[in-house]
Design a protein around this ligand. Structure first.
Ligand code: NAD
Ligand code: TYD
Length: 362
């Protein structure tokens, strides 16, 4: 998968949903030494990684090292880079929930913008001290979102040439971090690549995002909150497909470029919720269909209407396209949450999150 000279990888945000998936894939399919930098915030958990290491065998234990560090602290960030001595940096750490960004934008400015700035500064200093040989394969891969492009109407798709037009504090902070990464490439020559991906779903996602939230509400027979008229559209990608695309771009993506990654699976929120209810009706039937729990609630402020991704560039250059179908992977995801209710309760309690509505205007 990677050039054999690449030995060590530093992943930021590997305590989170997507970072955890990337690490599980790396454990299985590479020999790299993995350093996982995370501030260990409310959404962080290492159970999935630890389970996989236990399944693979004791010899994998040393392949994954957690570095408890916060990117908002420059010294901690620089120390983590020196300790891990990376050939490749995958930057996933971010505050990631739009609703939380509406309630508390400062957290997003600090973590996503200042955090990325500190990581870029420390990475550049490290990079400039590398031998010419190591410089020739070093890469900084920044993982971003399609939300930086704003909102689409009924027609069209986002691509690498779409103008940035973020509209939530979350997407504005991610857009800022993309611009910082791009400027460190153009101005200082740091070898960077950026990916912008659509909405992910799958196991181990903190249960505040749409899909796990709806699964848990329907399991406990609670009202399922559908924002506005339920017609907002997202392009859903199974997290294993995203992890594969990330590693592909990390190894083959062209320096200075950005790549859009999407699921080819546009659904409006009502369709997603109905699909979850249908699976729930089959595997945990109630006297009434789960659909009867749907509750239309006040819309999210500044709610982006539609996201859709044209992933032709990554397909053309590297043949990547999503492998997993929405219906099968959604069913798998629902079953996974029902089998892991203890984990959901544990992580919700740890985060002091009771599933109540957040993200209405201040
Ligand atoms: P997540 O919230 O599950 O995990 C993010 C992790 O980053 C957490 O473990 C958190 O503790 C860590 N983190 C945050 N700030 C940090 C800091 N200052 N220092 C160190 N660690 C810090 O998020 P996720 O869904 O796994 O998303 C990962 C990345 O992918 C994010 O950059 C996000 O913007 C991007 N992304 C997510 C999606 C999605 O649908 N979830 C889609 C496209 C892109
Ligand atoms: P979310 O999972 O928060 O991802 P994002 O805002 O980054 O796209 O939300 C996905 C969509 O689902 C979005 O249009 C908001 C909507 N939504 C609901 O209708 N109900 C909910 O309980 C949540 C969390 C989201």
């Amino acid at each position: 998968m990677f050039n054999s000279k690449i030995k060590r990888i530093l992943i930021t945000g590997g305590g989170g949903f997507i970072g955890g998936e990337v690490i599980r894939l790396l454990l299985k399919e590479s020999n790299l030494q993995i350093f996982n930098l995370d501030k260990i915030g409310y959404a962080s958990d290492f159970t999935g990684i630890n389970n996989q290491i236990a399944n693979l065998g004791k010899q994998y234990e040393n392949r994954h090292k957690i570095i408890h560090a916060d990117l908002t602290n420059y010294e901690q960030t620089e120390d983590a880079i020196l300790k891990s001595d990376p050939d490749l940096i995958l930057h996933l750490a971010a505050e990631s929930h739009v609703d939380r960004s509406i309630d508390n934008p400062r957290i997003f400015i600090n973590n996503n913008i200042i955090g990325t700035y500190n990581l870029l500064e420390a990475s550049l200093k490290f990079y400039l001290n590398l031998s010419d040989e190591r410089k020739s394969f070093f890469k900084f891969h920044h993982i971003s979102t399609d939300e930086v492009f704003g909102a689409l109407g009924f027609e069209g798709k986002f691509s690498e040439t779409t103008r940035y037009d973020p509209r939530s504090p979350y997407s504005a902070s991610k857009a800022s971090s993309d611009h910082l990464v791009s400027s460190w490439y153009h101005t200082y020559g740091l070898p960077t690549v950026i990916t912008n991906c659509s909405n992910n779903y799958g196991p181990w996602q903190f249960p505040e995002k749409l899909i796990p939230n709806v699964i848990l509400k329907s399991f406990y027979n609670q009202k399922i909150p559908l924002y506005g008229d339920g017609k907002n559209v997202r392009d859903w990608l199974f997290v294993e497909d995203h992890a594969e695309a990330i590693l592909l771009i990390a190894s083959k993506g062209r320096i200075g470029e950005s790549y859009c990654i999407g699921g080819d699976s546009e659904k409006n929120n009502k369709e997603v919720v109905l699909a979850i209810c249908e699976v729930m009706d089959q595997i945990k039937p109630n006297n009434k269909p789960h659909e009867s729990l749907i509750n239309y609630v006040q819309d999210r402020p500044g709610h982006d209407f539609r996201y859709a991704i044209d992933f032709n560039k990554i397909y053309r250059e590297f043949g990547w396209r999503p492998k997993f179908s929405f219906s099968e992977s959604l069913e798998r995801t629902v079953k996974w949450y029902l089998e892991n209710l203890d984990w959901c309760e544990k992580i919700k309690n740890k985060a002091n999150y009771d599933g109540s509505r957040i993200g209405l205007k201040k």
